[in-house]
Design a protein around this ligand. Structure first.
Ligand SMILES: [Zn+2]
Length: 326
């Protein structure tokens, strides 16, 4: 049963009345409820492989019915073997219910895979997952990577040619280095360069924070030549673009955009024009918090960018169901 927001609020009112207490931050509690499936409702499937398979089947996360691909007859679930088996006595071909899903061909039992996924979605550190499930940290890392790749591919499939901005829209663009260590002047620091843009959505003259349209990409160093190409690909012509004074953005006016800047060596917000890029810079902070320094490298950065975008997009949803359903 899924409750709507007003119903949940009503529920809290009733709880308050019966217990004679005052619940503070109802909105936070609601967010907490919606963020992920409660652990106690999934405990059974984490403990038992058959339960895990039945859960995926009964919730339609994997195929409920499969026809035999050899003889077209119906198949029947053999729970002990964890396979669909053809009903035709001369055929009896077996097919995995997990065929075509991310869980097929992975070595750990399905219940453990789902448990790792649950903790991954809850942003648990790899070392925590490893010790609580008694599996090696390397195994956990490789599973986390598989989940991240899955999120990345899913977005690449669904998000082709989606440009942000448009006439009368503002897009903030900024570049940043996701560095391994704190940046010291004069020292080259390992890490990965990224560029990002966020469309501001205006609501009662305030910046609305949810479900922002954005793009995030890794870039090779701060290569000036690439910037025009990237922006043309991800931002609609005619958009008003806010950036800092970096020379990479010097050409934006010539390729079809309105361009306003803020001089970051002087202020965060231009006192005359009101231009600032705080929204995208907030994104860098969030991103840096979500990637531990060891993983801040050119090779893996795109996985983290896509994971970040997926979480951002789905932060009002139950990420457990979202991950399994899509
Ligand atoms: Zn068959």
């Amino acid at each position: 049963m899924k409750l709507l927001l007003p119903q949940i609020l009503l529920l809290y009112e009733k709880i308050e009345f019966f217990l004679q207490i005052k619940i503070k931050n109802k909105k936070d509690l609601i967010k907490l409820q919606m963020f992920i499936e409660p652990y106690k409702s999934l405990k059974k499937i984490f403990d038992d492989e058959k339960e895990a398979l039945l859960y995926l089947i009964s919730n339609d996360y994997v195929n409920k019915h499969i026809k035999c691909n050899k003889c077209e007859h119906e198949t029947k679930l053999n729970l002990n073997k964890k396979l669909y088996v053809c009903r035709y006595y001369k055929c009896r071909k077996a097919i995995s219910p997990l065929k075509g899903t991310i869980f097929n061909n992975l070595t750990l039992p399905l219940n453990t895979q789902l448990h790792i996924l649950y903790l991954f979605l809850g942003k648990a550190p790899s070392s925590f997952i490893a010790s609580s499930l008694q599996i090696s940290k390397n195994t956990v890392s490789s599973y986390n990577k598989i989940f991240r790749k899955y999120l990345k591919n899913k977005q690449l499939l669904g998000n082709r040619n989606i440009k942000i901005g448009g006439r009368n829209k503002i897009v903030e663009i900024d570049e940043s280095k996701i560095a391994k260590r704190k940046y010291n002047k004069g020292h080259k620091v390992e890490g990965a360069w990224v560029i990002g843009g966020i469309e501001r959505s205006m609501l009662k003259n305030k910046i609305k924070n949810e479900n922002k349209k954005m793009f995030l990409l890794p870039i090779e160093e701060r290569n000036v030549d690439n910037i025009d190409l990237i922006i043309k690909r991800y931002v609609k012509k005619g958009t008003t673009i806010y950036t800092d004074l970096w020379k990479g953005y010097n050409n934006l006016k010539n390729i079809g955009y309105k361009h306003l800047t803020v001089n970051h060596s002087k202020h965060f917000k231009d006192p005359n024009t009101g231009v600032h890029t705080n929204t995208i810079e907030g994104t860098w902070n969030g991103l840096k918090q979500s990637i531990i320094p060891r993983n801040r490298n050119k090779k893996d950065i795109v996985l983290y960018l896509k994971e970040y975008q997926w979480r951002k997009k789905n932060r009002e949803y139950n990420v457990w169901k979202k991950f399994l359903k899509d």
